[in-house]
Design a protein around this ligand. Structure first.
Ligand code: MG
Length: 392
């Protein structure tokens, strides 16, 4: 007794000449994490038809498939000169194991974004149509929203075609094993299974599914497929604050830039209040602690430390944790000295340490209208916000 089952045949034997790529298109990668188109197709069909037997048809000597981990799928080196030859060769190789009434789903590996729900709906429709003998098979199709015309070799429009009733044929296409074997034996020139079956005079039905089931054929299709399969960027923001007291006989350092002034800021390090606020914003966004934990002022190593060097160390730690800095914005609150003449230098210095362009770093000086410790010119405070993104 032969097994009555659902057979899924993924055709991955093309050379993909239209993609202008060394790698055959079924092995190009999309998504995050990246997977090849053949893996995308297999996983979508396995999700839709977990009970099925899976076969992947490749060309003889295919070296790409060997590098993939494909579970519950048999690889057959049955690739032919044409797609229909490949399908026919594959069916010949497996036909003796299965009942001739078994359903065969033939799917193009390049239709990698097929919706599992559409495939399941196709199976339900195939059961109804085939058992009621209204059709011998069912194919997944897509609507045709565009106006269709014919054009000759001189790029002249030659015929307006009535769009009513026109659809785009996709895959999977489902037929009983014995029907496909007869049809493909008769017409190996057919461009899809439904044409071969229809050339026998047998009725085939279509199910309109998602337009995402387009065939990834050209470089533009690949760009679109990548966009549709990328995970949204994971971003975080962090906030930082710092303040330091003014004292005499100290250099005033802001964002790593020496600002000529009669006073400087007091502190264990160079007391660069602006850079300290940025460090805490970055550490907060990445949840990597805070400046006091990383660079304790009880540690003599940080006495007089160059805060820009500390910032660079923090940038390195974010990188090690797969975070990329998107932008940093800051507020610097002080009555004096005037900061605006030094903005370009400060933003440039910070951008360099952050690995950003000056456009992505903003410093906004403010007075405090004579209020509070900043207003009394006892000290200076800084606030910072940073946005970071996870690198895939
Ligand atoms: Mg500080």
């Amino acid at each position: 007794m032969k097994k009555r089952g659902i057979l899924v045949l993924i055709v991955a034997a093309g050379t993909g000449s239209r993609m202008h790529s060394e790698t055959p298109k079924q092995y190009l990668k999309v998504g995050s994490p990246e997977k090849t188109l053949v893996e995308f197709s297999l996983h979508a069909l396995q999700k839709a038809l977990p009970e099925a037997h899976f076969f992947i048809a490749v060309q003889k000597g295919d070296t790409y498939i060997k590098n993939l981990t494909l579970t519950n799928a048999r690889i057959l080196e049955t690739g032919g000169a044409t797609r229909e030859e490949t399908v026919y060769n594959t069916l010949l190789a497996i036909k003796d194991e299965f009942d001739p009434e078994s359903f065969v789903f033939v799917h193009d590996a390049a239709r990698a974004l097929v919706d599992p729900a559409d495939v399941r709906a196709l199976y339900t429709k195939a059961l109804e149509e085939i058992h009621s003998k209204r059709a011998v098979g069912v194919v997944l199709a897509m609507a045709l929203p565009d106006t269709v015309k014919r054009m000759n070799l001189n790029e002249t429009l030659t015929e307006d075609i009535d769009r009513a009733g026109l659809i785009r044929i996709a895959t999977p296409q489902v037929f009983p094993l014995h029907v496909l074997l007869i049809a493909l034996k008769e017409s190996k020139e057919a461009t899809d299974e439904s044409s071969a079956v229809r050339s026998l005079g047998l009725p085939v039905k279509a199910l309109i599914g998602s337009a995402k089931n387009f065939k990834i054929t050209n470089p533009d299709d690949l760009v679109l497929a990548k966009r549709l399969t990328e995970s949204p960027m994971k971003t975080r923001v962090g906030i930082g604050y710092d303040s330091h007291r003014f004292v005499g006989n100290r250099k005033l350092i802001l964002g790593g830039v020496h600002i000529p002034y009669e006073k400087g800021l007091d502190g264990h390090s160079d007391a660069d209040v602006l850079t300290h606020a940025i460090i805490d914003a970055l550490l907060g966004a990445a949840h990597l602690g805070n400046i006091g934990l990383l660079f304790p002022d009880s540690d003599p190593a940080y006495k007089g430390a160059n805060s820009i060097a500390l910032l660079k160390e923090v940038v390195k730690r974010l990188k090690e944790n797969s975070w990329r800095i998107l932008n940093v914005d800051t507020v610097l609150i002080t009555e004096a000295p005037k900061i605006n003449p030094h903005l370009k230098a400060i933003e440039g210095s910070l951008a360099q340490a952050l690995g950003l362009t000056a456009e992505d770093v903003s410093v906004k000086p403010k007075t405090n209208e004579k209020l509070g410790f900043e207003g009394r010119e006892e000290g200076m405070s800084a606030q910072a916000i940073a946005m970071i993104a996870k690198v895939n």
